[in-house]
Design a protein around this ligand. Structure first.
Ligand code: 9MR
Length: 370
């Protein structure tokens, strides 16, 4: 028996799926044409549990998967935010030089935004300045620092203007620091870059360009392995503190949280909480942006250990008032980046590769509902 809440959530999902079909989005009508094997959402999706906590529950997504009915059904009902896993990165979205009549490709990004809007979800943008997933016209173009500055400025302006009022927050700069707290050499920083010898000045410039491009968007710096208090998070903290003092437009920090079971250590978790606290004191909004917990196998013991850690990280966010987003890097093991990157590892997300909820799902839900 479904209760009133479940019926209303199910009805909302059905209506939005139908409406998407009507607005002619090929990917979505594909989804509507298949029958989902996923049960109607029970009262108490992650999204609903997050709403009660004023916490956005997000996930990374790809437009190419929206035609899978199970994928679309879970994405549209369990999450209140969607972030493009790849579609809004420089290479995919700006594949050709500005001299080309058609330098940008917004197709996948727009499909994700349309899906989000039709399911009443917000969209977070990722990412404008990063050294990965750059097109060859940028990496092999032999551009001078001045030309790179123009390319990046115009990229930020165009992409943010395209998604103004549709994307509420952006990872403006991603992964600029090394583990030891020094700046990573990149084509944007110093290879030849626009900031050689001037430290975090190029990050400041990117943030200022971003503020100009869409004054209403929240602007984030995002990084991995900066969850604990360590050399990398110290460097990010020092930068953030300086930026706040000097009026540089930085609204928040994204903590990616790609972790393994080794992270389930009271000292590490306490350090994460302490780290969040010091950034919160700067007045910054805190987002957990790419959470996943990779495993070596899918034994019941490993899945239980994973669930425990997911629950603990969720609780950290719930207990920190400035933590406003809990986002996982995808939601089904069927489409996770982990096996392709960490040989022999995987099983990192809340649903398995058959779209069945794992113990980790219940743990996150319980931690939100506690
Ligand atoms: O999940 C993304 C994967 O599909 C891409 O191949 C990869 C390319 O580097 O990027 C992955 O996403 C990354 C994110 O954009 C930034 N933080 C680390 C993520 C995992 O590598």
């Amino acid at each position: 028996m479904m209760n009133a809440c479940a019926i209303s959530a199910w009805f909302r999902m059905l209506m939005t799926t139908l409406l998407c079909g009507m607005c002619g989005t090929a990917l979505l009508s594909g989804a509507a044409a298949q029958e989902s094997r996923v049960a109607a959402p029970a009262a108490g999706t992650l999204r609903q549990a997050g709403e009660a906590r004023h916490l956005t529950i997000g996930t990374a997504a790809a437009a190419s998967h929206l035609a899978e009915a199970d994928y679309a059904a879970i994405l549209g009902s369990e999450f209140s935010q969607l972030q493009a896993e790849n579609a809004m990165k420089f290479g995919p979205i700006h594949p050709r030089p500005d001299t080309d009549p058609n330098p940008y490709n917004f197709v996948s990004g727009d499909a994700l935004v349309a899906f989000a809007q039709s399911h009443n979800m917000v969209v977070r943008g990722h990412t404008l300045v990063w050294h990965n997933q750059l097109p060859e016209w940028v990496t092999k173009g032999n551009h001078s620092p001045a030309q790179l500055g123009e390319i990046l400025h115009s990229h930020i302006k165009t992409v943010m203007a395209h998604y103004a009022s549709k994307v509420y927050a952006w990872d403006v700069v991603n992964e600029a620091f090394n583990d030891d707290g020094t700046l990573h050499p990149t084509i944007w920083y110093d290879q030849p870059g626009i900031g050689a010898g001037t430290g975090t000045k190029y990050i400041e410039l990117a943030l200022r360009w971003a503020r100009e491009a869409d004054p209403s968007a929240k602007l984030f710096y995002n990084d991995y392995d900066a969850e604990e208090v360590n050399k990398k998070s110290d460097a990010i903290y020092a930068m953030a503190k300086r930026f706040k003092k000097n009026g540089v437009p930085l609204d928040g920090i994204g903590f990616q949280a790609h972790v393994g079971l080794h992270f389930d250590d009271p000292a590490k978790l306490a350090s994460f909480a302490r780290n969040l606290k010091r950034f919160a004191k700067l007045g910054l909004e805190l987002h957990i942006t790419e959470l996943d917990v990779r495993l070596n196998d899918s034994s019941p013991a490993s899945l239980a250990a994973q669930a425990k850690l997911y629950g603990e990280i969720t609780t950290l966010c719930v207990q920190q008032p400035k933590c406003k987003l809990l986002q996982t890097w995808g939601f089904t093991d069927k489409h996770s980046w982990i096996p392709g990157f960490y040989k022999g590892q995987g099983w990192a997300l809340l649903w398995d590769d058959k779209y069945q909820k794992k113990p980790a799902y219940e743990a996150v839900h319980d931690a939100l509902a506690k």
